[in-house]
Design a protein around this ligand. Sequence first.
Ligand code: IVH
Length: 696
Amino acid sequence: MTGEADTAGKPVEELSDAEAKAELRRLSDAISEADRQYHVEDAPVLTDAEYDALRRRNQAIEERFPDLKLADSPSERVAPGPSEGFSKVRHARPMLSLANAFNDEDVHEFARRVRRFLSLGEEDELALVAEPKIDGLSAALRYVDGRLEVGATRGDGTEGENITRNLETLDDVPTTLPAGVPGILEVRGEVYMTKDDFVALNDRQAKAGGKIFANPRNAAAGSLRQLDPTITAARPLRFFAYSWGEISENIADTHWEFLKKLEAWGFTTNPLSQRCESVESALAVYADIGERRTTLPYDIDGVVYKVDRLDWQQRLGMVSRAPRWAIAHKFKAEQAETVLKAIEIQVGRTGALTPVARLEPVKVAGVTVSNATLHNEGEIRRKDVRVGDTVVIQRAGDVIPQVVRVILEKRPADSVEYVFPETCPECGSDAEQPEGEAIRRCTGGLICPAQAVERLKHFVSRDAFDIEGLGSKQIDGFYSNGLIKRPGDIFRLKQHRDVLIGEKGTKTISTDNLLAAIEDRRSIGFDRFIYSLGIRQVGQATARLLAINYGTLEALRTAMAAAHDPESEAHADLLNIDQIGSSVAKDLADFFAEDHNAEVLDDLAAELTIAPFAAPAASDSPIAGKTVVFTGTLTRIGRNEAKAKAESLGAKVAGSVSKKTDYVIIGADAGSKAAKAEALGVPTLSEDEWFTLIGE
Ligand code: IVH
């Protein structure tokens, strides 16, 4: 038989029947494998050109030998849909992230916040559990009647991937639990790889010509998301259990007790975790763990403190994706020395000019760093950073590496001071720095391509439209070839299917997957929609407040147009929303007053179904949709807890009393707000009456 290489290279017109047959089989297999690597493994091995060449050759042979065409010919094959990947799992309770503390004072502030929220007295003990923050990936294990039913990744916190078969392969993950566990029990924790196992795995990978991982965390991630569970089984993954999701009965009064239960049921919990009776002792645990950090067998990036009492955790609840009852105290960033080769200016979505240091690549905390942020013009001046300088950089966890300082002794003799540009490097417009602000901004608005692209990237980002297969890289491509210039274009991309799949149809599968993912997002919640617009200073929490208070896009637009007049009632209403100050109000009014933004919104509104914000528990809450104002000192709970409670029952909390206020809740020593309520005829409630109204 002819060697494969010979046949593979032979011109189509010279192939014999037998060779053509063998060649069609080979091409079919190669194309299937490439499809699998691209769509399923997310790790294409062939370049687009190589892939196209395989398909072209397959087609040419089929044209010359029509009788030999395979039944499962790649030219006829139906695209493998995303179903070939992992199925999705909706978390019964969201998987949260953690707020960060960077120093002792942040931790004290956390404890003060908790105490204030719970209205604790100075003599009340606030016990915390301190646990190492494992640098891995979180996973959720759902047991029904003691059997592992579903194991999932965190995903976006609301929806993860079903990786049950993979998680089952871990020694630390029991598949059955002893009798007596709650009927429904979802255990959460961290999947990780030890440092030694990571090194050994990379050695094996190197010998086998496989993928080399940058650090243990990446190795754990890559090993866990394997479609073939036998691959995961061969990788040395471990699991520390540290929290729960859904649970059908109360099994503990404290987090500490809960950890002990987990151990009794066969889970591994972290041996360094400790119950602490005060913030001071928690900080001592932090110092101790920090000292042992480098000698621990696995990577950790801080210590997590959790309020021990579970009834308190329940009361504290959460704010924008993170619990109020826990905080991650990060370790100091690791530092390294390197040479700054150039300073480049990046233009962000709101026009901010951010200087970026291009560095001689250097390894810090396990990864190679070649860029670092220099923050802004003032920062460069203060640190007197110059091209050619030797600088100290640092990197902590997932934050962007930073330039800390210049090593002046190593400065080259011919070095010159860096001059910050006064025009936008992307569009040439003036870049202005308003009085008192640190940041210089391009005034080009959306005529500036950099701003337009960055806004689009924000629009499709994870917490916004979150369109699978449409990330930064794709947006760059679609923007430069003119297919996507503004957000609405995304939803018209299907009109260009022919262009996208290419002349030979080689991109059919990926195009159709992308178009389906886009269609999937044609309806969206109002709060996500607002966030996706990328309005300056409007993050997820503010977007949510606006969605609660205005309900629909039309109502929001009308109100913001009116609010442009600072004397208007609409402006007063906006400022009256608790937590919205005059600077945010100005950015909002400016955004909606701009003609170009109005066009973008009209265009988008025509493509989308925006679901009005659904007030939580609206149907059975007596205060859903009502506007309430708290004034005076409350005695049963703290002011913040009262506000959070009202919001969780669907009410809007305002900062001052107006005709639109439904109730004013009057605590001790209330002042002018009580008087104003009286004058306007707004119903007032005492603290007790309030609790009766909400059924507590
Ligand atoms: S508790 C509601 N405990 O850190 C609290 N998280 O930055 C949710 N992590 O997504 C997590 N060690 O992946 C908790 N002892 C620990 C942890 C831990 C590591 C991770 C986890 C979480 C992330 C948040």
